[in-house]
Design a protein around this ligand. Structure first.
Ligand code: PEP
Ligand code: MG
Length: 580
């Protein structure tokens, strides 16, 4: 038995088998001389590799939580460093070496200077520099970044303690959701990104354990006591026994708050007088579905599929999309998943839309309009969605529908995609539900006409407010007009809910308004029963629902609809909220 000292980076105690991650093989970087003309083309290649790396990071940022985006933003800054990048250029023209060799040397030099300070924080930044520029080097050498070891492509058995010399931030991101029991590293400190991530995932972690990799065998059971910052290798049966009971008691104590949260997540979203609401999640990536489930979502009310399309120059193909949709459906374990077809344009531009440089992109070639023009792109997505529908309760929703003709055209395209899939013998759910977003005032006014052609409608208040109030949702100068309590907006919402009731079509809301407990109080009074929101809002919204009765909500809505200013409605709702 050997006890190794380290630093506690994320508290907790665990006894589990170890998964020993071997060191990365050093990347072999070619070195050769280039003349001035070749240097120019080398610089072009470097700039392209930089652009691709930045685009990849931006794409990852869309799907990241706070801790992950801190790391990625730091990498983005490094890849635009106003001192470092020009140094590469001058070295390229002055030394006559190829760009890969220059980049490697410069990165080694900068990381070396930081490490030589002996400061733990600066040593971590050295790892960041290497990680960020390895991505660029990967593109220059035309292989996947970090693929030489890559936890990204490795299967690490759930329930094991990951032991390694170090884990790079980009690798650390891929550890999420692997079900690790703990992390023990030879290097790193409490400020390292992997430590930050381990804390956010609540996984015990010990860093700076000298001699760790030499002391352990892959698969052996070790004790990771991250409260005391120690790793016990080759523990005796007695030690294992005593740490196991300690770990159990510890876990019980720590989990009491988590348990309360989990218990609440399982309670129904039911009003004090027993009326059931449905709380759904808005997601942008298949993995988000797991968070949605843990927060108690009863399904996904909006999967913003456009996030699969942004960031990369090439649009995702049918198979890549199929995998993503299937993963989302499977992650929700049989619960409904509403996937919105591509809603690009305006604030979420694809390259082709950007090139058009429209005068009014918000009123232009976006979402369903773009898809109905680019039938190839639309058909590819519809086929991928249909194929994924075989694996669960996948539902399709069309965004930015402004009139019945657009809806007819989108439905016709879906029928054609179904016919194609049938001809090709591809399996899909022929009875899958189809819905429409109500986010343009014309659609809200004619919601009854649209309702007759679909299985459900979902109110997108973000755009509905923008278009009904003629106020750019991202312009702070006119933000005071962007108010969900404006009577015009409330009337459009009320009309849509009524049209759904008349036509016997379910109505939900997936705009931000649905994640605001005060607004939900009012919306329940207007007859809304299905709400879709960012997973973190599910608990506060449910708490509100359980506190109030439908009678109170109806009284609030009745009073609010008699007022003529958004300001007065807001005040009224806030007063009723205070009474709770
Ligand atoms: C909306 O407009 O309310 C909506 C949910 O869609 P997005 O925010 O993606 O435009
Ligand atoms: Mg919208």
């Amino acid at each position: 038995m050997r006890k190794l000292e380290g630093l506690s980076a994320s508290r907790g105690l665990v006894v589990a088998p170890v998964f020993r991650l071997a060191d990365a093989a050093p990347v072999s970087v070619p070195r050769f001389r280039v003349d001035e003309r070749e240097a120019l083309s080398q610089w072009d290649r470097f700039e392209r590799a930089l652009d691709r790396s930045r685009a990849e990071i931006t794409h990852l940022l869309d799907k990241s939580n706070k801790e992950q985006s801190d790391i990625l933003n730091a990498h983005l800054m490094m890849l635009s460093d106003p001192e470092f990048i020009p140094q590469i250029k001058s070295a390229l023209f002055e030394t006559g070496w190829n760009v890969e060799a220059i980049l490697k040397d410069k990165v080694d030099e900068s990381a070396g200077i930081l490490r030589a300070t002996g400061d733990a924080y600066l040593a971590e930044r050295a790892v960041d520099i290497e990680d960020a520029f390895d991505r660029v080097l990967g593109h220059l050498l035309e292989h996947t970044p970090n693929a030489q070891r890559g936890t990204q492509n490795r299967f690490i058995p759930p329930g094991t303690i990951l032991a390694a010399r170090n884990v790079r931030p980009s690798e650390a991101l891929s550890l999420k959701g692997m079900g690790l029991a703990g992390i023990a590293l030879e290097e790193g400190g409490a400020t390292s990104h992997v430590a930050i991530l381990a804390r956010s995932w609540r996984i015990p972690a010990v860093m700076g354990v000298h001699g760790l990799l030499d002391a352990i065998e892959d698969g052996e059971t070790i004790v990771l006591d991250a409260d005391d910052g120690v790793v016990i290798c080759d523990p005796t049966a007695d030690v294992v026994g005593s740490y196991r009971s300690k770990a159990l008691a510890d876990a019980r104590r720590r989990e009491s708050t988590d348990e309360a949260r989990e218990r609440f997540a399982k309670t129904p979203a039911e009003t004090a007088d027993g009326v059931r609401m449905t709380l759904l999640a808005n997601i942008a990536h298949p993995d988000d579905a797991l968070i949605a489930v843990s927060e108690g979502a009863e399904g996904v009310g909006l999967f913003r599929s456009e996030f699969l399309f942004l960031g990369d120059a090439d649009l995702p193909g049918e198979d890549a999309q199929f995998e993503a949709y299937r993963a989302a459906v499977e992650n929700m374990g049989g619960k409904p998943v509403v996937i919105r077809t591509l809603d690009s344009g305006a604030d979420k531009m694809l390259g082709e839309q950007m090139d058009l440089a429209e005068k009014n992109p918000l009123l232009g070639w976006r979402a369903i309009r773009y898809c109905l023009d680019r039938r190839d792109v639309f058909k590819t997505q519809l086929r991928a969605l249909l194929r994924a529908s075989f694996f669960g309760d996948l539902r399709i929703m069309f965004p930015m529908i402004s009139c019945a003709e657009e809806l007819e055209a989108a439905l016709a395209e879906l029928e054609e995609a179904k016919a194609e899939c049938s001809r090709e013998g591809l399996r899909f759910n022929a009875a899958l539900k189809v819905g429409v977003m109500i986010e343009i005032p014309s659609a809200a006014v004619c919601a009854d006409l649209l309702a007759r052609r679909v299985d459900f409608m979902s109110i997108g208040t973000n755009d509905l407010i923008q278009y009904s109030m003629a106020v750019d949702r991202e312009n702070p100068k006119v933000a005071h007009l962007f108010d969900c309590y404006n009577p015009a907006v409330l009337r459009l919402i009320r009309g849509t809910i009524a049209a759904g009731l008349d036509e016997d079509v379910a109505v939900s809301m997936c705009g931000e308004m649905a994640g605001d407990p005060a607004a939900v109080f009012l919306l329940m009074g207007l007859g809304l029963r299905h709400f879709s929101m960012a997973p973190t809002f599910i608990a506060p919204v449910k708490e509100l629902i359980q506190k109030v009765s439908i009678a109170e909500a109806a009284a609030l809505a009745g009073a609010a609809m008699g007022l003529s200013a958004a300001r007065d409605v807001r005040r009224l709702v806030q007063e009723r909220m205070k009474d709770l």
